[in-house]
Design a protein around this ligand. Structure first.
Ligand code: GLA
Length: 387
């Protein structure tokens, strides 16, 4: 965890007064269940020990001033007139959250806000969701608003959907809000119920960051989402009761494959099979069958690569290097895709060898470094004290 005193001091130095409160919200890594959340399906993420800290204090006026230590930039806006910032993309997460709170008719005053994060940007570890959840939580506490839990996650997702323009699902903001130490959460994205399942003590969740980030990612993401809606629209000709791909089994899909153009069929097949893999993976973890869990991770990667077509060569390479290390149960792309990171399940005694061999192999093939994080499943958003 970052040192809260350092954040308090950074706030005091920048704004000339001490903050009234400090909160933190974690990034996340998804073990399995990719691109299923916006299809009302199942996901299985953990919150990680990389997080965004927000220090804040109310102001007597209607101005929100935000400073981020990551870019050394400040943004300022009037809460009566909130527009998208074109030159500071990071500021839109804050603006979107404030706009979302006001849209719920909840009155707030101005604030000074300082942001500091060690969630790597563009790495598929949800730096943006952790920022949205932390800012949402801090602004609520400052204004004595009680929009917590599920409402906070939905507020954060809404900011990203309407203000940032990514039609993301609920997974990232939900796990950043509800994460549980040492557990993964099996989340049903239809009714937002969830079940924490412990990660066995003899394995670690390891993330390898490819260092590749495609700007096309957001528009490709929205296109995948649109393809899923189109699949549902076409399948309804014979399956009138379905409302999302969550309602479609593999057997239903195959029996009605003739209704779908080839690309739409591939997209739907990924989602339908991934939902089942996610449920199977949770069951495997419950019976501590890590071999079965790892096989499902590998199958998930193949489905993302071939049917959903969201992987890139560097990510495929990282998964191959990982699987070649004895003690690695499974490896797959995690998050939205088009670069970012892989998630790997590795037995503790193999971690050193895993890190050394994957890093060396990646460097030899691509000339790039990979940042490798051994993650600790962490708690969701919380207030921290800095005496
Ligand atoms: C991004 C989105 C999530 C989810 C994943 C893919 O992280 O923000 O809602 O759709 O991609 O599983």
């Amino acid at each position: 965890m970052q040192d809260p005193h350092g954040i308090r001091d950074a706030f005091t130095e920048h704004f000339g007064v001490r903050p009234r409160l400090i909160v933190r919200a974690p990034g996340r890594v998804n073990l399995i269940g990719e691109h299923t959340d916006y299809n009302e399906g199942f996901v299985f993420p953990i919150a990680i020990d990389r997080e965004t800290f927000v220090a804040a204090r109310s102001r007597p006026d209607h101005t929100i001033r935000t400073y981020t230590t990551q870019f050394g930039q400040e943004d300022s806006f009037d809460i009566g007139h909130i527009e998208r910032s074109s030159d500071k993309p990071w500021a839109n997460y804050v603006r979107g959250i404030v706009k979302g709170i006001l849209a719920r008719d909840l009155p707030i005053t101005g604030a000074d806000i300082l942001i500091r994060s060690d969630v790597p940007l563009g790495s598929g570890l949800s730096s943006s969701a952790s920022l949205e959840v932390a800012v949402g939580y801090a602004v609520q506490l400052l204004n004595n608003i009680n929009l917590l839990g599920e409402e906070l996650a939905l507020l954060a997702q809404g900011a990203e959907n309407s203000f940032v323009g990514v039609q993301c699902g609920i997974m990232d903001q939900f796990i950043s809000t509800f994460g549980r130490a040492d557990h993964a959460l099996l989340i049903d994205c239809r009714d937002l119920s969830y079940r924490p399942l412990p990660i066995p003590p003899d394995v670690r969740v390891v993330v390898c960051n490819s260092g590749v980030h495609h700007n096309l990612g957001n528009s490709e993401y929205n296109q995948r989402r649109a393809a899923c809606s189109e699949a549902v629209r076409l399948l309804r000709a014979r399956l009138p009761r379905i409302s999302t791909l969550r309602d479609v089994s593999s057997a239903d899909l195959m029996a009605n494959a003739d209704l779908l153009p080839p690309t739409i069929l591939m997209r739907a097949r990924h989602v339908v099979t991934e939902n089942q893999r996610t449920l199977d993976a949770a069951a495997a973890l419950e019976r501590a069958d890590l071999v079965a869990f790892g096989k499902l991770m590998n199958a998930s990667h193949t489905s993302m690569r071939d049917d959903y077509q969201i992987s890139v060569l560097e990510i495929d390479l990282l998964t191959e290097l990982a699987r070649a290390v004895p003690g690695c149960y499974g490896a797959r792309l995690t998050g939205g895709g088009f670069g970012g990171s892989t998630v790997n399940l590795v037995t503790i005694s193999a971690i050193d060898r895993f890190v050394a061999e994957v890093a060396a192999g990646y460097k030899a093939e691509t000339g790039r470094e990979t940042d490798i994080l051994v993650c600790r499943p962490s708690e969701g958003v919380s207030r921290v004290t800095a005496a």
